[in-house]
Structures are given as structure tokens and as C-alpha cells.
Write a protein that binds this ligand. Sequence first.
Ligand code: ADP
Ligand code: MG
Length: 121
Amino acid sequence: MLPRVIATRYVTPLREGGSLPGLMEADDDGMYVVKFRGAGQGVRSLVAEVIAGGIARGLGLPVPDLVAVELDDSFAAGEPDEEIQDLLRASVGLNLGIDYLPAASDVAAELVRITQRLVRH
Ligand SMILES: Nc1ncnc2c1ncn2[C@@H]1O[C@H](COP(=O)(O)OP(=O)(O)O)[C@@H](O)[C@H]1O
Ligand SMILES: [Mg+2]
């Protein structure tokens, strides 16, 4: 079982993610990358992420802590972006939270930056 936290603030969307994950604060004062149950990828992709994380941890790889994030219906109302509003409305209940690593960078985006730098010089 994953530890449970309650979402307290939607900070910002992570636009690089295919499922439009959001950065959220929770009642344990933690900051989490939240993958939403209402995203097009479906709940099974969240289950797959929990299983893959468990396998990786079992192999001794460092994996950020995973939590179940409880979302109530108040978040959609306060969200001006229609796409995010729909996603939050469809995700009331339990979602997957991954401990936010502020220093993490997206590997694909980083490769694009490196390639651009090489082309310029
Ligand atoms: N725990 C984390 N801490 C910081 N950034 C993260 C974390 N998990 C994912 N990200 C970043 O968020 C973005 C979307 O994550 P990703 O796992 O690709 O989402 P999706 O499952 O929607 O494709 C990526 O840029 C990734 O680097
Ligand atoms: Mg992705």
C-alpha cells in the first residue's frame, strides 16, 4: 500500500509529460509530480508505474517515493485552463504522486539543447 496524502495546492502543469502531470503540494508539506487517474492513458498506466517503480527499487535503483494523492472536487473550480480543469474534474479520488525532484531534468529536452549547442558551434 502506498502512503496517502491529501492534495492542498495545484502549483503548475508539467507540460513535457504526455499525460499532463501536475506539480502539487500535499498536506504533509511534500511537493509531488501527480499523474492523474483521469488522463487519457488510464488508471492502468498508473498501476504500471507503481509496479515498475517497485521492480526498480528491488534492483537497488534510486526511485523517488510514491504516494497516493487524494484529490477533492475543489481544484477544478479554481483552474482557469479548460484542459486542466477537465483533467482535475475527472481525477477526483486517488491519484499517483511521485516525490518531486527539483534538480531533475528531462533527458529528451536536455539532448535537444545539447544538439542545438553543437550545431551552433
Ligand atoms: N519526480 C519527479 N521530479 C521532477 N520531475 C519529474 C518527476 N517525474 C517526472 N518528472 C518530469 O515531468 C515530466 C513528465 O513526466 P513523465 O513521467 O514523462 O510524464 P507522463 O507519464 O505524463 O509521460 C518530465 O519532464 C519529467 O522529467
Ligand atoms: Mg513521458
